[in-house]
Write a new protein. Structure first.
Lengths: 412, 412
């Protein structure tokens, strides 16, 4: 089978070579055209590798994330789904059509078509397994459940909605073109029909973290730079220490990681009525420059032990950056990759519903996200302005090579 | 007052000149940086002009749209709101901070800040007035209501949700950067607090129409090119005939237009199970090339009167493009500017909730959108795959010049 690029499909030569049947009109071929593309879009991220893409690769601007319930307890069916998902994800990542395209006019197209003409746009597709997967008796995976994969326990200030939480399998699609990210999830959901049912999904319109040093720090919807001290991919020591699973096992997770997602609603009307001073004292940084309070530069270390002339600490004891810092958390850190979202108007409040879809990768959620969030949830001044309404955790297996599939280390 | 560009705010010179107070940390100034930008973003669209921007200006890639209920019946308050909205919209369109920025540390910032460092990204902000505005007795506008501005009547196949329909005032924000579009609506909602309450809003992640000839035709979520025969801004005869209000009055609407929005849910799971032939016969075009069935090129005229060898028409009698064509609608046309949306999972169906947020500008909704939609709603084969769940109509007044405000022709 010849792979069909979404761009070459529009050229007669490409279409002929693929053996595509003619449309009902007898003519499939249009002029090659640039079509609607978002930005440049020519970049692409390799799908295959030791680790899955979408973790330490540069965070793209847009997200579509979905969580699925597994409808089968048959291990062969799950294996077949992951094989098909892997193949489709590799095709889409390369900017190719899903499937063969050279099918009969009387069959539904393999690819839903809305990205024909769109470039790869740095799409990454990342798969994870929720704790529930290991409880499905028929799958026989109970003995393979990693000790580190446990449901996130109730945390201070949680206001979780079960319908926006949990799930057996997750797919994170990131791209610089939101239509490319949407298309990826939609086509995977379609491939999985009957085997998985979508439980919840989340569109993210703006990234709120950088994962490489070359990227500038984006701003979240509070108007502050977010993720200044995020782990960067170039810091391979930190990646190995805090993100990638190593010898602690299980063996099938080596080179993988664990992802925690939290849907965090921001109470923007209240935030927007707060003074600049209150906002900066809440976060612990200057709003525009991103520098720590009392500092000059965004990237300088937090002066956690320094005091003002008044004797008060430069960074308040309940400031978000202090409580989230490695120093306050036994040296623990996480790799963040979150996105801003809006889901319209909350009718009960008459307010714009918006916030941060938090995504964090780590080696041990209990020691990292959960411990940090326990501290934040009980003392963080930011709690006056946010609430956590969704929560999920997934084991993210290592990457695969061509011919393999994501999850093969678990399912064989 | 010196306007503060969102980029120059990050430079010390710009900050000093603006007289901005220091952050709580004593230092506001960070290094000039590219920050998170979407695509190039350097483009900007003039805010002032004969017509409001965002109608015949090139359709941007992303949308945030909001509809508001007016909470006051005091005409002076409405006038003041529109003055403030106009000033803020002009600032944001130019890539400037909303308001003065040189305020006290103890006051909330005028601008919410999430686009600091973001370029103008071709933002346009377009305002409209719903029929309800003219019914508020205290405003005294009943006599100024245009005959053409009437609630959209019930139409065949409507399944409208009142919570996603109607409204007294609308704001359409389009940009190539979704964070810039979100920021515009959020800041206008904030300025209007107490005078208006947001009724519904809609994020659109991908444009589904072109409004100028230089733009390629985008694809909707059915995978088809959408809006091939849309009115293009360069066709000023068509703009004058079908879009801009002329001598038919009222005088305050001359140079304005009327916008109809429809939230159209696509039943994508059903669509995706349909054969390529069914899909193409439903639309009346070839899926990949966009050419009319029986034709070769996307932009060739629809062969509405031609027949196949079998004697059947090349374009089926119930095909969407036939029923929506000017030929089938007494020559009437509309200017489309819609966007694809997704709002997550419809829990009742377990399906991805997604579709088209349809936006159309026209001179007379009853003769144009309503007449066309009556025909489509009763016969269009596409009805098997869509449902209209939201609906609204607004009078879009003409543009203004510097020192004026949008709506001044109505409110004086």
């Amino acid at each position: 089978m010849t792979p069909i690029s979404r761009r070459s499909l529009l050229k007669s030569a490409g279409v002929g070579a693929a053996g595509i049947t003619l449309g009902a009109g007898g003519y499939l071929v249009g002029q090659e055209s640039a079509e609607a593309s978002s930005g440049d879009g020519t970049g692409s991220v390799p799908f295959y590798g030791e680790h899955q893409a979408g973790i330490d690769t540069p965070a793209q601007d847009r997200l579509f994330f979905a969580s699925f319930d597994l409808l089968t307890e048959n291990r062969a069916e799950l294996r077949e789904l992951l094989r098909e998902w892997t193949r489709a994800a590799a095709e889409m990542t390369a900017g190719e059509m899903v499937g063969d395209v050279n099918e009969m006019q009387l069959a539904p197209p393999d690819d839903t078509g809305e990205t024909v003409g769109h470039l790869p746009s740095n799409l990454t597709v990342t798969f994870g397994f929720g704790p529930g997967l290991f409880e499905k008796r028929g799958l026989g995976l109970a003995g393979k459940r990693p000790a580190a994969l446990r449901e996130i326990p109730p945390l201070p200030a949680d206001e979780l909605n079960p319908g926006e939480s949990g799930g057996d399998v997750c797919v994170q699609a990131c791209s610089d073109d939101p239509q490319v990210a949407f298309h990826a999830i939609r086509n995977l959901a379609r491939i999985g029909r009957g085997t998985v049912a979508m439980r919840w999904s989340q569109l993210g319109f703006g990234r709120t973290a950088s994962t490489t040093r070359a990227q500038d720090t984006p701003r979240n919807l509070m108007g502050f730079k977010d993720g200044t001290v995020n782990i960067k991919a170039e810091d391979t020591d930190a990646m190995d220490r805090f993100v990638w699973v190593g010898g602690e096992g299980p063996a099938w997770m080596r080179g993988g990681t664990y992802v925690v997602t939290r849907r965090i609603r921001m109470l923007l009307e209240i935030w927007d009525r707060s003074s600049l001073e209150d906002q900066e004292l809440t976060i612990g940084r200057a709003k525009y420059s991103g520098a720590p309070l009392g500092g000059h530069d965004e990237f300088e270390p937090l002066p956690l032990d320094e005091k003002q002339a008044s004797g008060l600490p430069k960074i308040p004891v309940d400031a978000h950056v202090r409580l989230a810092s490695a120093a306050a958390n036994d040296g623990e850190r996480i790799l963040r990759r979150g996105y801003s979202f809006t889901d319209g108007v909350d009718e009960s409040l008459g307010e714009l519903e918006a916030g941060l879809f938090f995504i964090a990768f780590q080696r041990d959620p209990e020691k990292q996200f959960v411990a940090i969030q326990r501290r934040l949830g009980s003392s963080d001044k930011l709690n006056e302005y946010i609430k956590h309404v969704g929560s999920a955790v997934f084991a993210v297996p290592p990457g695969t090579r061509k011919g393999g599939y994501v999850g093969e280390t678990l399912l064989g």
